[in-house]
Design a protein around this ligand. Structure first.
Ligand SMILES: Nc1nc2c(c(=O)[nH]1)N[C@H]1C(S)=C(S)[C@@H](COP(=O)(O)O)O[C@H]1N2
Ligand SMILES: [Mo]
Length: 321
């Protein structure tokens, strides 16, 4: 069932926004039920055709229970101060050089410990579940932070549709690896950019498969067309421009851990009590609407302790940093 060019979407122009959103809920709700059987046999059902996401940068979204009340960092600041080493190592480099990134066509392949490997088109993936507005705190390991209104749905929804085998204990994310599109990237790293999560971390509802921010599709420098956001971990765990997801029985190698294992662990939960060897993690420079960043206290698990601390019961977080 393809609904991309249906009148429901066009009607957004003539009906109040709320009615439009309710209607979308109904559409997605009905489709979710109809799709469940299909999903078991084929992976993701083709819920929404490609036109919806490509037609404009605006994304239809629904509100989310997983959102913080803080005011978002102004978009202009959030898209000109980035880490995306494939497009240069300076904070403003990605806003210039990621223009070269072609985000269509784009496929994401699912490999490893799954019933069968799968490949999804980006627009099929973006249309699979209602897209939620989720304002999250975001904390970089370099001790700056922002508040970003991401758009996406829980990664767990995709994982369930991938039918991972019981032996799948970890999930690895691999970013686009294309030297031609990424001439600015330093040779000293092992590309592609690789990140990973333990299965229970990947399945946690806060872990967001992210297609947009500020109500629109992601800017290239933010990791278009799809990235991961793990709000209780340092920013580097949130891999950008993903092309491959692998289910593994062992912990995968990850880019920053490979680069400097004493500085960047596999877990990298935000932890004000565990200093980076070269700087304290107890504070952060918060980038918001103010002219200069304010210094604020860093919270355990970036303020998400109530939701995620129990994932690490019995673990020594100083050893597993
Ligand atoms: N592919 C890829 N993903 C990446 C990075 C990168 O260099 N390449 N940098 C990481 C780091 S260090 C951070 S802090 C965040 C930055 O996300 P933002 O630019 O949207 O704030 O992306 C992470 N994901
Ligand atoms: Mo970072």
């Amino acid at each position: 069932m393809l609904i991309g060019k249906s009148p429901e979407f066009k009607s957004s122009e003539i009906t109040p926004r709320e009615r439009f959103l309710n209607r979308r809920n109904l559409i997605f709700g009905g489709l979710a039920a109809a799709g469940a059987a299909y999903e078991l046999r084929h992976g993701l059902p083709p819920y929404v055709s490609t036109g919806v996401v490509q037609a404009s940068n605006k994304l239809p979204t629904v509100q989310s229970q997983y959102t913080v009340p803080e005011a978002p960092t102004p978009k202009q600041k959030a898209i000109t101060y980035n880490n995306f080493y494939e497009y240069g190592t300076g904070k403003s480099d990605p806003s210039h050089y990621a223009k070269n990134l072609r985000t269509r066509p784009w496929t994401i392949s699912i490999e490893g410990k799954v019933q069968k490997p799968l490949t999804f088109d980006i627009d099929q993936l973006a249309g699979y579940r209602p897209l939620e507005d989720r304002t999250y705190r975001f904390r970089c390991v370099e001790a700056w932070s922002m508040v970003i209104p991401w758009v996406g749905y829980s990664l767990s929804e995709l994982i369930k549709a991938c039918n991972p085998l019981p032996s799948a204990k970890y999930v690895q994310f691999l970013s686009l690896d294309d030297h031609k599109q990424q001439p600015e990237r330093p040779d000293s790293y092992d590309w592609p950019y690789s990140e990973g999560l333990r299965m229970d971390e990947a399945m946690h509802p806060l872990t967001l498969l992210t297609f947009g921010a500020y109500g629109e599709t992601l800017e290239n420098q933010q990791g278009a067309p799809v990235r991961i956001i793990v709000p209780w971990k340092y920013g580097f765990k949130s891999a950008k421009s993903i092309v491959k997801i692998r289910f593994l029985d062992k912990q995968p190698p990850t880019t920053w851990n490979d680069q400097a294992p004493s500085e960047y662990g596999f877990y990298s939960n935000v932890n004000p009590n565990h200093s980076h060897p070269r700087w304290s993690q107890s504070q952060e420079r918060h980038i918001d609407a103010a002219l200069f960043p304010r210094t604020i206290k860093t919270l355990p698990f970036n303020g998400y302790a109530d939701q995620v601390a129990s994932l690490y019961n019995g673990m020594d977080l100083n050893k597993n940093f």
